[in-house]
Design a binder for this molecule. Structure first.
Ligand SMILES: [Zn+2]
Length: 89
């Protein structure tokens, strides 16, 4: 999986690759499970009992990682507004 978040002017770029344990880390409590086979779509965290959809959990972890390195969530929202304006225009 390759995912990135970028600001309009390109000053901020957050990139995670397949080595980032986004699928098998509980986004709720941070528990890191053993590698989960790709065939497993749903798993429960043994630590906090949260139930995870593999992809949703991974997406939340990547978002968290992006925020953690200081992308600035408010700036990303500005970027999204700008982009939406272009699409509508
Ligand atoms: Zn958990």
């Amino acid at each position: 999986m390759l995912a990135y978040m970028t600001q309009w002017d390109g000053r901020y770029l957050v990139q995670t690759d397949s080595f980032y344990p986004s699928s098998n880390r509980c986004h709720a409590c941070g528990y890191l499970s053993d590698t989960i086979p790709r065939s497993v779509r749903q798993w429960d965290c043994p630590d906090c009992d949260a139930s995870h959809d593999r992809d949703v959990n991974a997406a939340k972890n990547i978002l968290k990682a992006g925020k953690a390195v200081g992308t600035g969530a408010d700036k990303l929202r500005e970027h999204e507004k700008t982009t939406a304006g272009h699409v509508e225009g």
